[in-house]
Design a protein around this ligand. Structure first.
Ligand code: ZN
Length: 304
């Protein structure tokens, strides 16, 4: 098996995870958790989202979160990313000195219409405007519903390739392929990534996977075999659908770290510290956790 020697894990729990929790999480607690994630040695964290507070009230403290963290960690080598839905959000982030944003466009037209009331082509126009207005802001384009859409079902490879071409044309800094609703399977992962490699062999795609149907880590393995070495995940497996209690969220960072480290693939993340963060989450916020490692109490961790 040909596998990478190391993998970068981008922790997205404070954004994708917290936004799925209805009950207000005090800003201080959010900051305390992000501090602990940094202590666990994550080097890149998606910390918030500059969306309209009416759309996602949980993210209404985006400004405070960003200001505090940028000040607190000005001399530490940790990168903070914020999600932005549009130019307005990007400007707000940029004014606070955020260096990188994630901008989402769905590969499925109906999903994109439902989310932002635009066709994918219109969203790309918005992205181009963002790039021209804020040329110094790094942009990670997340292509949503790559592996399947709740409205349209399968997404064609041609559509995904069209999206990637458009993204390269706009000169985004990185591209993330997202399995937004957790329907990907490992065989599909292989064929999609191999197809993309034919046309875009120099693009270093990241993956954003949800574990809705329990295929998350199997998909990670398939992606590793295709040369992917950047993954987004959320501590505790947060990020479940707020309309389907118990439905699994993102792949859990601790499960991912545990699997990779046991396969001798370096992540740099300190698993025990990460599990402490998960305990804090369990005790103070009490979400439904779908992570496996969150419940492995009795075995000695870190011992191989
Ligand atoms: Zn997600």
């Amino acid at each position: 098996m040909k596998l990478p020697q190391s993998v970068q894990i981008i922790e997205v729990g404070p954004r994708d995870g917290f936004q799925s929790i209805k009950e207000w999480i005090p800003t201080e607690l959010k900051l305390q958790i992000i501090d602990s994630l940094i202590e666990a040695n994550f080097k890149k964290i998606e910390i918030t989202s500059f969306v309209h507070p009416k759309a996602i009230p949980q993210m209404r403290d985006a400004k405070d979160i960003v200001q505090t963290l940028l000040q607190r960690y000005s001399d530490k080598d940790v990168e903070f990313v914020a999600l932005v839905p549009n130019l307005f959000g990007a400007k707000a982030a940029y004014e606070l000195d955020v260096k990188e944003v994630t901008y989402v466009i769905s590969a499925s037209e109906s999903h994109n219409m439902a989310n932002v009331k635009r066709t994918p082509a219109q969203s790309f126009e918005g992205l181009e405007e963002l790039k021209n207005t804020l040329p110094n802001l790094k942009i990670n384009l997340a292509i949503a519903t790559v592996f399947g859409c709740p409205y349209e079902g399968d997404i064609s490879i041609e559509q995904v390739k069209w999206m990637v071409k458009k993204a390269l044309h706009v000169e985004v800094d990185s591209i993330t392929l997202a399995d937004t609703i957790g329907v990907a399977n490992p065989k599909q992962m292989h064929s999609l990534l191999n197809e993309l490699k034919k046309d875009f062999k120099d693009v270093d795609f990241a993956l954003h996977l949800h574990d809705t149907r329990g295929m998350g880590l199997a998909n990670v393995l398939a992606a590793l075999q295709c040369g992917v070495s950047r993954f987004e995940s959320a501590f505790g497996g947060l990020g479940g659908c707020p309309f389907a209690p118990g439905a699994a969220g993102n792949i859990a960072s601790e499960d991912l770290v545990n699997m990779l480290e046991n396969m001798d693939i370096k992540t740099g993340v300190k698993l025990e510290k990460l599990l402490d963060v998960v305990q804090t989450l369990k005790n103070k916020i009490k979400p439904i956790l779908t992570s496996h490692m969150a419940y492995v109490d009795n075995c000695k961790l870190g011992e191989k």
